[in-house]
Design a protein around this ligand. Structure first.
Ligand SMILES: Cc1cc2nc3c(=O)[nH]c(=O)nc-3n(C[C@H](O)[C@H](O)[C@H](O)COP(=O)(O)OP(=O)(O)OC[C@H]3O[C@@H](n4cnc5c(N)ncnc54)[C@H](O)[C@@H]3O)c2cc1C
Length: 429
């Protein structure tokens, strides 16, 4: 790690902003116009180990200049500055081509690192956070399993004590970006004799560790960003544990809040109240020659109203997160549910605006495929990180105080649950 990493003390936000503005101007290229804001283009460009290498280098430059981990503690390589500093930086960085680390980059910085800071030991943080900030470690999430998605506490991947080691065996699925990441945060069952929410532990698993097999899965958008992992007696140590052994559910809850966009008041929320009306759909309408069509103009206005509502909601959640004493899962669920609903509507609006031209494009024509890819990707936000139905359940139970769903398994030892489920007679309790 470079020793040119600098600390800036208690610099005020405005001078930090000016310094960031100058540094960005001198070091990063401006973002070209056109590829704009709201389109969900996940899968259009396939991220590879090679394509991410120069982007890791850009991240390192950001780190060495003192602009990575702005709110992270200084003892772990961060800048120890306020959310206002970070937001100022994000505003200044918006017009530039920042390090593009793909879906694993977003997971690393927005979810995994923040969860580690909340739960991991200081030795773990000293080992990993500076390397994350310098672009040397990309992390993904290994939590979903074929039989544990919405019912996440039902994971069956096991980590078994063997002297001073842990042996990890099982399988995970839907891990975004695992094929080019360095580590996965893996949820495993460490105790089968207690109810399912107890007896879970998080581990850091190197993607290159002996016994780890990663297989990409082809997606509807043509990409293969999702992965399935198989763990065959992967050797881990106590140093790899994140949080406390058998108390992984607490860590999982923190992680899901970050994944759902909660607990973060540093995000730059763009102002869509002005002239910037659904810019991707305006560009689409122009490209297919329908920008004067009154029906299409109505559809664009409709998308703008959803964008506006989404941005206002994000801003409100950001303010609530700031004033909340802890990380509030209930608040995050509103934003996640809104993106799950609005995403699907926007995908449909895009296809209606594009008309027949939305179905055909020349190979490699990114603009031409925008509507179709946006449509195919539209369900992602309704599922990833907790489905729309699970967000509604969460809001009903945690925010509105409605009765909890009936459960036949939450108080029994997990090994009994599996046996009972096989012979379930349909009675609850
Ligand atoms: C784009 C994307 C990225 C993802 N990235 C990752 C990743 O990086 N790492 C990872 O580990 N996982 C990842 N996932 C997996 C994701 O977390 C799961 O898909 C999600 O939790 C849902 O689980 P499931 O697919 O098993 O669906 P299931 O849980 O089987 O649900 C099936 C259906 O039943 C409904 N349902 C289930 N339980 C209830 C209930 N109690 N009440 C009402 N309805 C219910 C659901 O809403 C859904 O409609 C990703 C998924 C997507 C789409």
């Amino acid at each position: 790690m470079s020793d040119t990493h600098t600390q800036y003390g208690d610099e005020d936000v405005e001078s930090f902003r000016l310094r960031a503005r100058e540094w960005l101007r001198d070091n990063f290229e401006p973002r070209p116009p056109g590829r704009s804001g709201n389109a969900n283009l996940r899968g259009v460009e396939h991220t590879t180990v090679e394509s991410v290498r120069p982007e890791r280098e850009k991240q390192r430059r950001l780190f060495e200049a003192g602009f990575a981990g702005i709110t992270y503690p200084r003892e772990y390589g961060g800048q120890g500055l306020s959310p206002d500093h970070e937001r100022a930086f994000n505003e200044e960085a918006a017009p530039y081509l920042m390090p593009e680390l793909g879906v694993a980059g977003g997971t690393t910085f927005n979810v995994c690192a923040k969860t580690m800071l909340a739960h991991a030991s200081s030795a773990f943080l000293e080992r990993h956070i500076p390397r994350i900030l310098a672009g040397e470690e990309l992390w993904v999430q290994f939590f979903s399993e074929p039989e544990a998605g919405s019912d996440l506490a039902g994971v069956r991947t096991r980590a078994t004590r063997d002297g001073d080691r842990w042996m990890l065996s099982g399988a995970k699925i839907w891990s975004s970006g695992a094929y080019y990441a360095d580590y996965g945060m893996c949820l495993a069952r460490t105790n089968w004799d207690v109810p399912k929410h107890k007896g879970l532990t998080w581990f850091a698993v190197a993607t290159t560790a002996p016994g780890v097999t990663i297989e990409p899965i082809r997606e509807i958008n043509g990409d293969a960003e999702f992965c399935q992992e198989f763990f065959d007696e992967v050797e881990l140590s106590d140093d790899d544990v994140i949080g406390e052994v058998d108390h992984g559910w607490r860590v999982a809850q923190t992680m899901l809040v970050f994944e759902r966009g909660g607990g973060d008041d540093t995000a730059f929320v763009p102002d869509v109240a002005g002239d910037d009306i659904a810019p991707d759909l305006v560009a689409l309408a122009r490209r297919v020659g329908r920008d004067k069509d009154p029906e299409v103009r109505q559809l664009i206005a409709q998308a703008h109203i959803y964008d506006f509502a989404g941005v206002q909601l994000a801003e409100r959640i950001r303010i609530r997160s700031r004033s909340a004493t802890g990380i509030e899962a209930g608040i995050a669920a509103y934003g996640k549910l809104a993106s799950g609903i609005f995403g699907a509507i926007r995908g449909q609006l895009g296809m209606r605006i594009a008309g027949p031209e939305g179905h055909l494009w020349e190979s490699g024509d990114v603009e031409g495929m925008t509507a179709a890819i946006g449509y195919l990707n539209a369900r992602q936000f309704a599922i990833a990180g907790g489905t729309n139905e699970m967000q509604r359940n969460g809001i009903g139970e945690r925010v509105l105080g409605l009765p909890r769903e009936p459960s036949f398994d939450s108080t029994r030892p997990f090994n009994e649950v599996i046996r009972a489920a096989r012979n379930w007679d349909g009675k609850v309790g």
